[in-house]
Design a protein around this ligand. Structure first.
Ligand SMILES: [Zn+2]
Length: 610
């Protein structure tokens, strides 16, 4: 579908969260994610507190309704700070340094005196019920093909605990991720459309990846805030992949537009009493649920006929939208009167008549129901669905939504308000020293696009450059080639020879790479630069090192003078005439035991044989 962004009054800004590659932000624990069994578990319940403004945050209130127990798993790389049993330590200086570089690269002004804040989070992902965050830079920009996109501000903050399992009233988290430093880049609402959102996200992502940040799935997260004229701002989370962003943005603005259009009609909605109805079901999942104690619970909605089936955009109905709210309370979905009740749910006409009678739905009325626990269903209707159904004359509500794999969105929680923040009293005001800012400025990393262009100029192929970054070998490459030059040879060693040697020696590639570290490779390359070894000897030398020979020994390649080889070949051909060139070469190679090069031998044989 073609979306006219300008006509819709589209407004969007993005937020990018990137993990930094250092230890934790407010304690001395290393930043390692553990896959082994935890050493201990701690259970907690979280309580609501009011924020700086004295109000309890709306999002916090919403999540507390779920009343859950949180279990935290820790080990020897977590400490009492993660458990909120010890005050935070001084901010990690390395993380701050990297953050400052990011601020500089995004053309921001650094805030020299900053207050660390606590941001209320009570989904349990922080043991304390808040996340520490500090705004250290503001008013920057990033260049895009469609002009500058403003960077409103950048935050340095703690990552949350890592969810392991979620049950209805119990959520288990690992503490290993809690407290890892994150940088959050927030752009101004300068983004023009979905494609521009993607471009901007990729541009900022490139800048972030030029710095010392973590790589791989889950280390970068993008959110986007969008609205159309007359609608409320919605934040969409959960883009692991910027590719899905474009389609999801389109779908979300069409949803907002659909609700906006609907709100201009006049509805007099009246919801009937919540009732239970027993039906003769045919579907297995229904039978199973009823056996487990589930009931059909629902009500009539006067004046709502046809509305559940109304499409907000192609394939996405108001009923779909409402069902996604019900899902947040653990219901699989909702059954409503605009669905194909016979085809989809195998209800008989008697069943349908019974539903209408029990709920008190006459012509012009709609009904909806869920199959589940009766008490929870009543609660869900009253707290979640009814308020939404009664607000049809208003545009969409301001909320946080999640991007689904099909590029539509689902409700996650209400939009947090300003009541969410209050100062972190356990920490002093953060003074960012001029010296640290200057040092960060002076040592800015090169952008990847700049590096790529230079590598191309140095003769590396595009494939090689891609693999260099993909296999995270760029730092090694830079370390070695900055000392010895010869970027093409260094690239070949790192990307090709190590793999070939691993295959030949039956060793793991990581094992080979551990032996052939930057120091060893720099030494071997220096010998090459000095002319003590030939490029053709590299593989043989490195193979020796991998097999346990010291680097000092391995580079002692006995050189045989080419006239000596030539003489020997001439004698051989005389002694054994008529053999194929390859056969002569095999004999010579064996005789000189790696001290001669195959290419050179072949050339001489060719010359003598004519
Ligand atoms: Zn710690």
């Amino acid at each position: 579908m073609v979306v006219d962004y300008e006509k819709l009054g589209f407004k969007a800004g993005i937020e990018i969260h990137q993990q930094l590659d250092t230890g934790k932000l407010f304690c001395n624990c290393p930043g390692v994610l553990r896959s082994d069994e935890p050493l201990f578990e701690v259970s907690r319940k979280l309580h609501l507190v009011s924020g700086e403004s004295g109000e309890i945050d709306v999002a916090a209130k919403y999540q507390h309704l779920e009343d859950k127990t949180f279990v935290y798993q820790g080990n020897d790389t977590t400490c009492l700070v993660e458990l909120d049993e010890e005050p935070p330590h001084k901010i990690n200086q390395e993380a701050l340094y990297i953050a400052l570089q990011i601020g500089e690269l995004l053309n921001c002004k650094i805030i020299p005196m900053a207050q660390v804040m606590r941001k209320t989070v009570i989904n349990g992902s922080n043991t304390s019920g808040f996340q520490r965050t500090v705004m250290f830079a503001r008013d920057g920009f990033v260049e895009t093909s469609r002009g500058k996109v403003g960077i409103s501000f950048i935050l340095l903050e703690e990552d949350s605990a890592r969810p392991v399992s979620r049950e209805k009233d119990r959520v288990v988290y690992k503490l290993d991720r809690l407290g890892l430093p994150l940088v959050e880049v927030v752009t101004a609402p300068d983004i023009k459309d979905a494609a521009h959102a993607k471009e901007t996200a990729l541009k900022i992502g490139e800048i972030l990846r030029s710095c010392k940040v973590r790589r791989g799935i889950g280390t970068i997260r993008q959110d986007i805030n969008i609205s159309v004229k007359g609608s409320n701002r919605v934040e969409i989370k959960g883009f692991q992949d910027p590719k899905i962003m474009e389609l999801c943005v389109d779908n979300e603005i069409l949803r907002q537009k659909g609700l906006l259009d609907l709100s201009k009609e006049i509805f007099k909605v009246k919801i009937g009493d919540i009732k239970e109805v027993s039906l003769a079901v045919e579907l297995e999942w229904m039978k199973k649920a009823i056996k487990g104690g589930a009931k059909f619970v629902g009500c009539s909605v006067k004046g709502y006929e046809g509305l559940f089936g109304r499409e907000l955009f192609s394939g996405y109905r108001l009923g779909t939208d409402l069902a996604r709210y019900a899902k947040t309370r653990g219901f699989g979905g909702v059954i409503h009167s605009d669905e194909d009740l016979v085809g989809k749910y195998k209800f008989s006409s008697e069943d349908i008549a019974r539903i209408k009678k029990e709920f008190g739905a006459s012509s012009g009325d709609a009904f909806l129901m869920v199959l589940g626990d009766k008490v929870n269903a009543e609660k869900m209707f009253k707290e979640v669905l009814f308020p939404r159904m009664l607000k049809l004359n208003e545009p969409n509500s301001s909320e946080v939504r999640n991007c689904l794999p099909d590029a539509t969105t689902e409700f996650l929680r209400p939009m947090p308000g300003s009541a969410r923040m209050y100062p972190e009293t356990d920490l002093e005001i953060l003074h960012i020293h001029r010296d640290l800012i200057n040092k960060a400025k002076k040592n800015l990393p090169e952008l990847r696009s700049v590096v790529e262009a230079r590598l191309k100029k140095e003769g590396l192929s595009e494939d090689m450059i891609t693999i260099l970054f993909k296999r995270d070998k760029f730092e090694d490459f830079k370390a070695i080639s900055s000392v010895v030059g010869h970027p093409k040879v260094v690239g070949k060693i790192l990307l090709l020879l190590t793999g070939e040697i691993a295959a030949k020696t039956d060793k793991d590639i990581t094992e080979v790479e551990e032996i052939l570290d930057v120091e060893v490779l720099t030494f071997v390359m220096e010998e090459l630069v000095k002319g003590k070894i030939d490029e053709g000897d590299l593989k043989m030398i490195l193979e020796k090192i991998v097999n346990g020979v010291s680097a000092l020994e391995a580079v002692k390649v006995e050189k045989v003078d080419s006239s000596e080889i030539e003489g020997r070949i001439a004698v051989l051909i005389k002694d054994k005439p008529g053999l194929r060139p390859n056969a002569y070469m095999g004999i010579i190679m064996k005789e000189f035991d790696g001290k001669v090069q195959a290419g050179e031998v072949m050339k001489i044989i060719g010359k003598i044989l004519g």
